[in-house]
Write a protein that binds this ligand. Structure first.
Ligand code: URA
Length: 426
């Protein structure tokens, strides 16, 4: 019989005691094995939500999450491996450009990604708007593509940190998602299990991010960097602004089209700037001395993108089109755009059909929003501000209602956040 009981572990954490490594190991293993009930784990998660986890506790908790499944072994590749993880933002298509760019500079980029839920889109949903493209790869296929192309963006296998999937679902229904140790261990267990040598975290902060204030974003970033480093993954974090959407396009095919424009040397300046900044951090972590701007401008990154899409069955030359039904939202007055609210633009794109409410829902490839103005722009009455796209009238109506609240003309501007707020290192 075990020397631990779930009730003792819960009450110890509830009362603010530190849990021993053995207690943490036991409780996660017993939960995975079915000997700790969902309601007991729910209570423990709530106790952690209020009492937190110390450094040692968090490290052990994360270790056990990693040990709950398989780990990918990327040693032995001819290139150093480095990945990027974003905490999620609106119009965040950076991975689509960054992975081939960093591969073009000589690294292997294993981007094991997820699908979107709620107002932020998922990288896999975006790429699935390319006909034939396949998200599910075996571990052998991932290794082979990393060796041959240098970049892979695919679905994280069910075998990586499987206990996280159950804990995340439980947190979702027990209002315990917003806990820094629980978010950190959830994200980092999957990234560490993926086997990357180095990792850059893009921690979003602002209206469209799930963390709105800089202090909390800094705490999350610091906690994740410490966890990465303590697991021998060279990790840095950049806090980046998510008040207004990144770039103009928000929606699956729309974002792929915009990413290709950036890969062809064009596209919105903020998308290019953030991509280059993250690329520089990734390259410096693995000691590659290449200029990513040069690889973007000379077409090498675009070549790798094409190879990456083709290697997964996609047609890089396929014509991607927005949904047929569309409408333009115009300025009703002259003035200055004082707010473009990323969260509301994201919700609008979602209601237009680009996102899903439940994980089994389908998404529309062509639905979404094009943001034609940015905060600070001067506009005249009748000037187009947004263009919205949907597959049917009902989605168009829902998206239109939300987009009308997504901007403010002639209001009082908030303090602007720079695109790159700060960098957190170990
Ligand atoms: N993403 C994750 O994978 N886990 C969290 O807890 C939050 C965001």
């Amino acid at each position: 019989m075990s020397r631990f009981s779930a009730v003792d572990v819960i009450s110890a954490k509830r009362d603010g005691d530190e849990l021993s490594d053995d207690a943490i190991t036991w409780v996660l293993d017993a939960y995975q094995g079915g000997d700790v009930a969902e309601e007991q784990m729910s209570a423990l998660l709530m106790a952690i939500y209020f009492q937190g986890l110390g450094h040692r506790e968090l490290r052990t908790w994360t270790d056990r999450m990693i040990a709950s499944g398989e780990t990918l072994d990327l040693r032995g590749l001819s290139r150093p491996s480095v990945d990027k993880h974003s905490t999620g933002g609106v119009g965040d298509k950076i991975s689509l450009i960054l992975a081939p760019l960093v591969a073009a500079c000589g690294a292997a980029v294993p981007q094991l990604s997820g699908r979107g839920l709620g107002h932020t889109g998922g990288t896999l949903d975006k790429l699935e708007s390319i006909p034939g493209w396949r998200a599910a790869l075996s571990n052998d296929e991932i290794r082979h593509q990393l060796e041959s192309v240098g970049a892979v963006i695919c679905a994280a296998g069910q075998g990586l940190a499987p206990v996280d999937r159950r804990l995340y679902a439980l947190r979702d229904v027990t209002s315990t998602v917003e806990s820094i140790p629980l978010i950190s261990s959830s994200i980092m267990s999957k990234k560490i299990a993926e086997g990357t040598q180095a990792l850059v975290l893009d921690v979003k902060v602002g209206r469209g991010a799930f963390i709105k204030d800089i202090e909390r974003a800094r705490e999350l970033a610091t906690t994740m960097v410490e966890l990465g480093v303590s697991h021998d993954v060279a990790t840095v974090a950049q806090l980046t602004a998510m008040n207004e959407p990144l770039g103009q396009a928000v929606g699956n095919a729309l974002e792929v089209i915009e990413s290709v424009r950036v890969l062809q040397g064009d596209g919105p300046r903020d998308v290019r700037e953030l991509t280059l900044s993250l690329a520089s951090s990734m390259l410096s972590l693995v000691g590659i001395d290449e200029d990513p701007a040069a690889k973007l401008d000379d077409g090498s990154a675009y070549e790798v993108y094409r190879a990456m899409i083709a290697a997964q069955g996609g047609d890089p030359d396929a014509h991607l089109a927005p949904s047929k039904l569309h409408e333009t939202i115009e300025a009703i007055d002259d003035g200055v755009v004082t707010r473009v609210d990323a969260l509301r633009v994201g919700v609008s794109a979602w209601r237009l059909g680009a996102g899903r409410a439940r994980k089994e829902d389908d998404v529309s490839a062509g639905a979404g929003v094009m943001c034609l103005v940015r905060e600070g722009d001067r506009v005249t009455k009748g000037q187009p501000l947004f263009e919205i796209f949907a597959d049917d009238e009902s989605h168009l109506t829902q998206g239109r209602d939300t987009i009308r609240d997504a901007f403010v003309l002639n209001g009082v501007p908030d303090d602007a956040l720079p695109l790159l707020v700060e960098t957190i290192t170990a």
